[in-house]
Design a protein around this ligand. Structure first.
Ligand code: G16
Length: 544
């Protein structure tokens, strides 16, 4: 076993996106590619020397190889202790929980989230800071700057270690502890939710649910929490064994990719409640019998009902949502007199607000909800929040949501994604929209009068940092809105996202199909951004 220094050359494409560095597996397998990025983390995060690091991932292809490489680089860089999830598995929320619980100096999480896995698919790596949250931009930019000048990395020459047996090993001077991936996280959930009450719901015999782990990391977590600790019937968790290619599927919990789950909510034997999570366990989709809850509505309903939930019954400090998320939560916050924040897309932007106790709950349209219990969005947490709410209210998902609309109004919501379009075309489309912004206010587009149009910019109220060009917003009189932005998580070309929101306060008009309620706004968006002419696409790749 000896430390060696390897000469390397910088790669110029290692700038982290919305959530860490995501690339094709083949790119990560290029000689020194992963090593350079990891060394840049150690070069810029000086507390890791002599400190404790948490390490794990979603189990996708290359997870285990990457963990062995990172362990050897960590050892050569003087990390004193590394906590590794058994089998190399840690869901993103569990990693956040462990970073915080053991007061470590940060964590490295390996995941490309909802993107497919396998030798020709995606891989990703991100660094989380000691608060358990994704590194803020100042940190990711420092890491990126380092990758551009890196000339060497340090690594311990040693064979791979056993990742599947709990206990301690030594790598040079570094203590490596293989820890239970599930226990700490499951214990935290028991502090936040009324497990007795939820258990009674399952024992009532009239309540059934399915949780789709999508062959990804939440399988073991959901099985332990739902079936073992809460007594849900065996078989409640489907696709519960993590696989390196997610069973050949796309571990993205939406109506398109989780269609197997959707079928459980339809027909004569439909379950009362269904939910799914993504590759790394931080996203969630909530379904009732024949009923889909949009992530934006889910956040709003949670804010309105937080007082019923054990861990939040003392009151919440405030709420935040990412800019493209519908304004449903704002309406609840306004009625309850709670502060409400609009942040750029990216969970990292909630970190300061949570640390500073300005907010307790937060969420995003991209199937993410969470709270101050950790610093990541949390799929199973959202499922348990809903289960706890259902157990207390003894109503169906549909009744809870439709009553919510009656009280606060409905924000019809849909998102059109145009994936893998040409990068230059996508940027030209956004630039052309930017040029139109100044003339839009006051204009009427297909009967909708534009109240404001801007390129969203955010000043963090805690540290004053400024983030610009975060997406084009076009707001109409009456509360409807169109947002255009380019995704920061894709690995091929560019992905244009078009977010559409139509507000309806009249209860007699709240039960339309979303598609029907959105036709006008869709037309306006297509014309305004000249989508077909500029991208050549006649329809989106995915509608959620
Ligand atoms: C990440 C971020 C989220 C963001 C989502 C989509 O989630 O943490 O904040 O909403 O990507 O981002 P984009 O629209 O830029 O593709 P995840 O679940 O992929 O880590």
């Amino acid at each position: 076993m000896k430390n060696v220094t390897i000469k390397t050359q910088p790669y110029d494409d290692q700038r982290p996106g919305t959530s860490g560095l995501r690339k094709k597996v083949k790119v990560f397998q290029t000689p020194h590619y992963l090593e350079n990025f990891v060394q840049a983390i150690f070069d810029t995060q000086s507390d890791l020397k002599g400190g404790t690091l948490v390490l794990g991932g979603d189990g996708r292809y290359y997870n285990r190889d990457a963990i062995q490489i990172i362990l050897r680089i960590a050892a050569a860089n003087g990390v004193s202790r590394v906590l590794v999830g058994c089998g190399g598995l840690l869901s993103t929320p569990a990693a956040s929980c462990i970073i915080r619980k053991y007061k470590t100096d940060g964590g490295i999480i390996l995941s490309a989230s909802h993107n497919p896995g396998g030798p020709d698919e995606d891989f990703g790596i991100k660094f989380n800071t000691p608060n358990g949250g994704p590194a803020p931009e100042a940190v990711t930019e420092a890491i990126y700057r380092r990758t551009k000048e890196i000339a060497e990395y340090r690594i311990l020459e040693t064979p791979p270690i056993d990742l599947d047996t709990l206990g301690e090993t030594r790598l040079g001077e570094t203590r490596v502890e293989i820890i239970d991936s599930v226990k700490d996280y499951a214990d935290l959930m028991m502090e936040l939710f009324d497990f007795n009450r939820i258990r009674m719901l399952f024992e009532s015999g009239v309540f059934t649910m399915r949780f789709d782990a999508m062959h990804a990391v939440t399988g073991p977590y959901a099985t332990e929490i739902l079936e073992v600790r809460l007594g849900a019937a065996p078989g409640t968790v489907i696709n519960g064994t993590p696989s390196t290619d997610f069973g050949g599927g796309h571990p993205d919990p939406n109506l398109v990719h989780a269609h197997q789950l959707v079928e459980f909510t339809q027909g004569a034997n439909a379950v009362n409640f269904a939910a799914a999570s993504d590759g790394d366990g931080d996203r969630n989709m909530i379904l009732g019998r024949n009923f889909f809850v949009t992530p934006s509505d889910s956040l709003a309903v949670m804010v309105a009902n937080a007082h019923l939930i054990k861990g939040y019954s003392a009151g919440i400090n405030g709420v935040a949502r990412s800019m493209p998320t519908s304004q449903a939560a704002d309406r609840v916050a306004e009625k309850l007199g709670l502060p409400c924040f609009e942040t750029p897309t990216g969970w990292k932007f909630f970190g300061n607000l949570l640390d500073d106790r300005k907010i307790t709950l937060c969420g995003e349209e991209s199937f993410g909800t969470g709270s101050d219990h950790i610093r990541e969005k949390d799929g199973l947490w959202a499922v348990l929040f809903w289960l706890n709410m259902l157990a207390v209210k003894q109503q169906s998902v549909e009744k809870i949501v439709t009553d919510h609309w009656k009280a606060f109004g409905r924000n019809y919501y849909t998102r059109y994604d145009y994936e893998a379009i040409d990068k230059a075309d996508a940027e030209a489309l956004m630039d052309s929209l930017r040029e139109k912004l100044a003339q839009l206010p006051g204009q009427t587009l297909d009967g909708y009068s534009v109240e404001y149009a801007d390129d969203f910019a955010y000043t963090d109220p805690v540290d004053g940092s400024r983030s610009e060009r975060q997406g084009i917003r076009v707001g109409f009189a009456g509360g409807s809105r169109i947002v255009f932005r380019l995704s920061g998580t894709g690995t091929e070309g560019a992905t244009l996202r078009v977010y559409l929101e139509a507000y309806e306060s009249d209860p007699s008009k709240q039960m339309q199909a979303t598609e029907a309620a959105m036709t006008d706004l869709v037309d306006i968006a297509l014309k305004l951004a000249e989508i077909e002419q500029r991208t050549g696409r006649t329809k989106p790749s995915v509608i959620t």
